[in-house]
Design a protein around this ligand. Sequence first.
Ligand code: BGC
Length: 385
Amino acid sequence: MLTPLHACTSAGLARAPDPGQSLDRTTTAPMQEEDVKALTVIPGQSGSLAVTDVPEPTPAADELLVDGLAVGICGTDHEIAAGEYGWAPPGRDRLVLGHESLGRVREAPPGSAFQAGDLVVGVVRRPDPEPCGACAHGHFDMCRNGRYTERGIKELDGFASERWCVQADYAVPLDRGLADVGMLLEPTSVVAKAWDEIESIGNRSWFAPERVLVTGAGPIGLLAAMLGRQRGLEVHVLDQVTTGPKPELVDALGATYHSDGFDAAVEGGHPDVIIEATGVPSLVLEAMARTAPYGIVCLTGVSAAGRTRELDASGLNRSMVLENDVVFGSVNANLHHYALAATALADADGDWLRSLVTRRVGLESFAEAFEFADDDVKVVLAFGG
Ligand code: BGC
């Protein structure tokens, strides 16, 4: 059973160390009470991103103390940096950014599944304090009342810090071979959840999908395609670029890359499953209307609100009803999905995963990590040299 609200003592909330506490903990180095560097932001305030000193976090009895290795930067981080999303912890102006984490355990509580030196990723979301029925059952990714919190996004400090702590129950151990790419676990957990749900929905009747279309060849789209190939499916990926690493990354998966629009991508047959990973309204509507019968569309891209389009609602309704189609949205991931994602990454081709990380930027050069470059797939902020 998961404990409700996480009270991590990380950055900004340092509390007096318990003198007896570190005696039993496995540790790689003596603790020193001094500040560490973190990438912080004032949510709602564009241009407020900065490297600031935050107090060395002090782990509670059930927490790991972790040396930050890297965080991945995604669209959500860009939105928070632009002042369009994100919430600081209550009573504070600044939020430590970063939810796609990777670190190395420095201290672990006795009896936990971790040891000093282990590679670890922190889970993003914590259940709401009530908790709602979904959160009470460990399904905090499906929180019903919206009072969940998220590390680096909503009211809890994130992992873009030289040091952070995390409850052992919300930490995921990673295969040592994933030291370069472990920050891909969180985005992989999002698509592992998407696939898990697709399979649950499909299994409401006879389900033997063959053809999958993924719209968008960003990290989410590419990882969704990778999971489709791991299932032995025929995978098509639609994006607009014709240069850069994306076409090759898709080829290397044994999938087919399309850049001539939706019609060309479905020319060979309508997909049984579409995973929409752009949030672009025209693609969202195409996806909803263009599956094979008994089609499933999973929407994972978050659109900016207020972009309206004309839609033949009755035609869409007619085809969805007559074909038993399902369209659903999917966000975040629970512990089960992180475990699925860790297995998917361990089974994946390491070179392919490494080539998803197209830029690594040091903490002091964080501004570069937030610039867009044409050839970027995943940009990573690296800690500790
Ligand atoms: C993260 C999710 C999170 C969502 C909404 C995404 O970027 O991957 O874990 O739930 O943003 O805050």
